[in-house]
Design a protein around this ligand. Sequence first.
Ligand code: GDP
Length: 379
Amino acid sequence: MQKIRNIAIIAHVDHGKTTLVDKMLLAGQLFRENQNSGELILDNNDLERERGITILSKNVSIRYKDYKINIIDTPGHADFGGEVERVLNMADGCLLLVDAFEGPMPQTRFVLQKAIQMGLKPIVVINKVDKPNCRPDEVQEMVFDLMFSLDATEDQLDFPTIYGSAKQNWMSTDWKNRTEDITPLLDAIIENIPEPAYLEGTPQLLITSLDYSSYVGRIAIGRVHRGELHEGQDVALCKKDGSISKQRIKELHIFEGLGRTKVKSAQSGEICALIGIEGFEIGDTIADIQNPEPLKRIAIDEPTMSMTFTNNDSPFFGKDGKFVTSRHIAERLEKELDRNLALRVEKAPEDGVWTVYGRGVLHLSILIETMRREGYELQ
Ligand code: GDP
């Protein structure tokens, strides 16, 4: 049976998450020659890169010794609370990455708090100890105080701390003792992050994320909670309204490096992608066909602000975009609801008017800017 570690990575913007994940991929020797290691891998959405935040969480995976380490990216901002809970749901532990000079930042507090509440075991990585003005020991104490204030359990407070420089490709248990590579971090993950519990029984998987492919359509992603799933298996899709439909898993993939590989089966604890499931939503359960038992849906933080969206009826109509009608906007908002969990859209009584509820200014402005770049006009 495959030995697995599922770990979420939590970091403030610029503290070095992308650099570290690059180095982890490199260590897993899954880094292909043609991929420039100077390039950002996790943040590949233009807007995310400009604003320096990660919105759409992506999974990557590396092999180290006999283990497969699934690395789960988390968004670095509280506006994306809807995304945070569902991605943390796939992990058994978390890496808190902190800059050795700046220390923990208020923005990461929210995500860390969720991780602590969900019982994830933390490993703290104090990065950039190569910088001349760094203060790793002080930062370590700041992290401890932060975890304490977040009501971490004794076991969580007993977190290991790894120091190093992602940029220089080394990690160590002692920041004054530079090593050759990042294996001390990988070893710490294997030793400290619990193995996912193997739950016996009929299969259950909570759909926590999705992907699109122009060939196969929507792909459901989640962690096998209980039992085992197989390629070609008939399963039940349990939806929010209580309805259950019969589906077939056409293909089953697990994450490998930056991509995925096709497998025959996946067991409790593994994170996988299911091809062939139709009409699902995030939060639905894939379950046994004979005896379907849905899992509890993930609670999502409620929106905190709203804006009114209408089509552009100004004299500048049609000058900027190609999708200008209210039908275009309606369809686009509908599509966004599929992925953007913390978003709500209500049709206003007037024609062509929608009230869009989000988690904050950043959350809504990212949607508006994305729509603008895609060629939509709106007011
Ligand atoms: P992210 O926003 O957390 O993904 O951060 P990045 O990985 O993009 O890194 C932000 C900046 O910090 C980049 O300019 C990196 O080259 C730099 N950086 C990352 N790790 C280190 C490190 O260990 N030492 C130093 N000096 N710089 C680093």
